[in-house]
Design a protein around this ligand. Structure first.
Ligand SMILES: C[S@@+](CC[C@H](N)C(=O)[O-])C[C@H]1O[C@@H](n2cnc3c(N)ncnc32)[C@H](O)[C@@H]1O
Length: 476
């Protein structure tokens, strides 16, 4: 059965809150979620942009659940809903299409009673100023509800296994080009990777060792009945159940930060790459905001040196300001050993005359290793973006190389799983930059590549990440 849209009645100003009572609060939440999704799929905005610029659209746990969940399954939901509509939606009614996708997401992936989902979606038509659409929204969602029930029956009768269902669903939630690239670059693992991309990321914490002993903080978590798993790093733990970070013990005192395990490997790796005899290292974090690796590095350096100098560079002033706020909570922003600079790291004069013993280049990239954390990436990323990222990554490497002392080391990283932004960048750089030599890396997670180290999101505890070590040969 399919359903067509007919415009009847008068549209109400969707912004008007007159006549909207408390009962309609969740309908209004739906309207805001629809606006957020429209901005992603039609405006090319990221969820991060929505957080920064339209925080009211993503203000509550319900907003976040609906935005992240619908974005994660957008492509397959889009297909199911489109199949039920007789005519494609008019551009000006794309908010209603988003409304159907949100309802479809809840029917398929949450345990919420279907009558509640359908009622709230129908009410949201009024809040959107399109009461004429109530009938069609009701009819399409009821049809989807029946389809979801039938699929559950088939799986209960053993006609399709849970694993087959998960793979089929995850595959349908990836655009063709992304699936094809995964198949080519990860022929033995692409299925595991698409399934991993559809899962929720774990919540990993970094205990701020400049403030508290890891054992002491772990005891605080236990006292508060917050269970967690240990990892290979003493200050890194994974919560069994994610929770609002602000509700963690001593959050406002800065005893802990949220940071993925893959990202935490940056500081540990850079520490092992510092010349052993060095007493006062001078280090540049060239793409530093919002400071996850920067502050971790500062905490590691603090444990080993009295007088290190750490410079944080980023070309976005707003992001650097946010970095300062985060640093203040952690107790780092006023530390005289830490300097923040706003400059373009592809430009000659980005760091004045400064030379560094070590540089961390956590380069801007596609984020393809973090799709489970940032589900909008699968909707926004295009294959051509990998080439444009590579150009910037090479520019950054060539320019920053001039700021590295002879004998110094550079750690290159991306949160990408694609070779265009990883080994290919390092290969091109080494082949054109005299005196640049690859340094072999080894970590407790992930695996070696031709010129670096790759972590994959298919390991539950890590995001997809790439690291490569370089050293500047003396006398070049
Ligand atoms: C992957 S993010 C860095 C994340 C950060 N290292 C962390 O761990 O929290 C990349 C950063 O590079 C910055 N960036 C992009 N192009 C840049 C350039 N030409 N010069 C300096 N920073 C740049 C972006 O503003 C962004 O903050």
């Amino acid at each position: 059965m399919s359903f067509s849209w007919q415009t009847k009645g008068t549209a109400r100003d969707p912004k008007s809150r007159v006549g909207i009572n408390k009962k309609n609060e969740s309908a209004r939440t739906r309207m805001e979620v629809c606006k957020a999704l429209k901005n992603i799929v039609e405006g090319g905005r990221t969820i991060d942009w929505i957080r920064a610029e339209k925080s009211e659209w993503i203000a509550t746990p319900l907003h976040r659940e609906l935005i992240y969940g619908t974005a994660r399954h957008y492509l397959s939901l889009q297909q199911s809903v489109t199949e039920l509509l007789k005519k494609p939606m008019r551009d000006k009614d794309s908010d209603l299409f988003q409304l159907l996708l949100v309802g479809a997401y809840q029917l398929k992936y949450t345990g919420i009673a279907s009558y509640a989902i359908i009622n709230e979606s129908v009410n949201a038509c009024v809040v959107l100023g399109k009461p004429w659409a109530k009938g069609v929204v009701n009819a399409v969602l009821r049809q989807l509800q029946r389809a979801a029930e039938t699929s559950q029956q088939h799986s209960a009768q053993g006609e399709t296994s849970a694993a087959e269902q998960a793979l089929a669903a995850a595959t349908a939630d990836h655009p063709e080009w992304l699936k094809d690239k995964l198949k080519i670059q990860y022929p033995a693992e692409w299925q595991t990777l698409v399934i991993a991309n559809n899962q929720r990321a774990p919540m990993t914490l970094r205990i701020n060792t400049a403030k508290v002993e890891p054992a002491f903080y772990k005891a605080k978590l236990r006292e508060n009945d917050i269970s967690f798993s240990e990892t290979s790093m003493i200050e890194t733990i994974i919560l069994d159940t994610p929770q609002n970070a602000e509700t963690l013990p001593s959050w406002s005192e800065g005893e802990v930060a949220v940071q993925d395990l893959s990202a935490q490997l940056a500081s540990h790796t850079l520490m092992t790459m510092l010349p052993p005899q060095i007493a006062e290292p001078s280090i540049l974090d060239a793409c530093a905001a919002p400071g996850g690796k920067l502050f971790h590095l500062h905490e590691r350096l603090n444990a080993r040196f009295k007088n290190h100098k750490l410079f944080a560079l980023d070309n976005k002033k707003k992001r650097l300001n946010e970095t300062k706020v985060i640093g203040s909570r952690l107790g780092h922003s006023d530390d005289p050993r830490l300097t923040m600079l706003c400059a373009d790291a592809t430009m000659d004069d980005c760091c004045g005359n400064l030379l560094f013993d070590a540089i961390l280049l956590d380069a801007p990239c596609s984020g393809s290793g973090t799709i489970r954390r940032n589900p909008d990436i699968r909707l926004l990323l295009k294959s051509g973006h990998l080439t444009s990222h590579q150009e910037v990554q090479l520019k950054l490497l060539h320019n920053l190389w001039r700021r590295l002392k002879e004998g110094g080391t550079l750690l290159y990283s991306t949160c990408s799983i694609f070779e265009e932004e990883n080994d290919h960048v390092i290969e091109k750089f080494i082949s054109t930059q005299a005196g640049a030599k690859s340094v072999a890396l080894s970590m407790k997670h992930g695996r070696t590549t031709l010129l670096g180290w790759q972590l994959l999101p298919s390991s539950r505890s890590t995001d997809g990440f790439y690291y490569a070590g370089l050293t500047k040969v003396k006398g070049t």
